[in-house]
Design a protein around this ligand. Structure first.
Ligand code: FES
Length: 359
């Protein structure tokens, strides 16, 4: 008599026998929520607060909360008033302390008033019943954890990760080596030289003519009419064999002519302009976009990237937007033939601010 595969005798082997299943066990990879061993005693009965029992106390709590919120308003206003009435004087360090202290007190009062008032409101007046938020345990069942380990073992056996040591070790080497080019690339982003020297020195120098961008033709002062604006590059830039774009990115300049009576020049820059003609770096002091839009009626320059505005009539001071510094001015004059020339290089680094910048 032949034996069936499952070891049953020949009498049962001729019939289809369904495999035995343990219906009490959960299917694998299903989280099992077990009953608590200790019964949940629940919450004690709600204890009413004095504000629940006595309307006068509730009214008093309401007034206290309102008072705290009003204190918050006073603190916020105080911070603004302190900012206006006690400005920081660069020459007097004691003004920094007073300014910071009063603004700090105001803001602290403003935040504490709201915070304490809100907590007191919730504790004293809002409904005080407690609620239970049901949560399921996040730990997987023993079955699913065993299955996870089993999957790792199977993957290891199928891939031969521990058996084929040559493949494994060369893979580890490749993974370790992959980020190395990134280190080199990021290192390359840092300036190789002192950034102050790098950005302060451009192609501009004493006697270098101002020329049109991109043709490179020199500009006579007589060609610059009131209200006009020129995009300017230094003479010789077009002939540069190498680093032409880098040099242009530092030396690009905007040239404008204003009525002399509308031009307010700084005392320390007297003589940097010529007959109402002024030249300023075209590189925005925010993050370095070209400031290319000139509004001739208001004498404002607009940077199209983030809308910083500079007032040309007032040494390109920032009048709007995120830029922190005025555009650097290029001192100019004319040569014996009437062409506009630089008196010197810029006297400060051009472009956005950076940590090492001293000015
Ligand atoms: S780059 Fe000019 S405003 Fe941002």
């Amino acid at each position: 008599m032949a034996e069936a595969h499952d070891g049953t005798s020949g009498e049962t082997a001729g019939k289809a026998v369904a495999p035995q299943q343990d219906h009490s066990a959960p299917p694998p990879a299903v989280a099992v929520v077990r009953a608590d061993r200790i019964p949940n005693p629940g919450f004690p009965p709600e204890r009413l607060r004095v504000t629940d029992l006595d309307p006068k106390k509730a009214k008093h709590a309401e007034r206290t909360i309102s008072l705290l919120f009003f204190l918050s308003v006073i603190g916020s206003v105080l911070a603004v008033v302190a900012y206006i009435l006690f400005p920081i004087d660069d020459q007097d360090p004691s003004t920094i302390r007073l300014n910071n202290m009063l603004i700090g007190v105001g803001i602290t009062l403003g935040l504490l008033g709201i915070g304490i008032g809100a907590v007191h409101w919730s504790k004293a007046l809002m409904h005080g019943h407690e609620q239970v938020e049901e949560r399921h345990p996040t730990r997987g069942s023993d079955e699913s954890r065993e299955r996870a380990v089993e999957i790792f073992r199977e993957a290891n056996a199928e891939s031969g990760f521990t058996r084929r040591t040559l493949v494994r070790n060369s893979l580890i080497g490749a993974v370790v080596a992959t980020p190395i080019p990134a280190i080199a690339l990021f290192r390359d982003l840092a300036p190789a030289e002192d950034p102050v020297a790098l950005l302060k020195h451009t192609m501009w120098d004493t006697g270098v003519r101002l020329t049109r961008d991109p043709s490179g033709t020199p500009i006579k002062a007589s060609e610059v009419t009131i209200g006009s604006a020129f995009h300017v590059i230094p003479e010789g830039l077009a002939e540069l064999e190498s680093h032409r774009l880098e040099e242009k990115a530092k030396a690009a300049v905007l040239l404008m002519r204003l009525p002399i009576d509308e031009l307010n020049e700084r005392e320390d820059r007297a003589g940097w302009s010529y007959d109402g003609i002024v030249a300023y770096s075209k590189i925005c002091t925010h993050v370095g976009c070209p400031v290319a839009l000139y509004e001739q009626q208001t004498h404002h320059l607009l940077c199209p990237c983030h809308q910083s505005q500079f007032d040309v009539a007032n040494h390109c001071a920032v009048i709007f937007g995120p830029a922190a510094r005025p555009l650097p001015q290029l001192p100019i004059t004319v040569d014996e033939e009437g062409y506009l020339v630089a008196q010197s290089d810029f006297t400060e680094p051009v472009g956005p601010s950076f940590w090492e910048r001293a000015l």
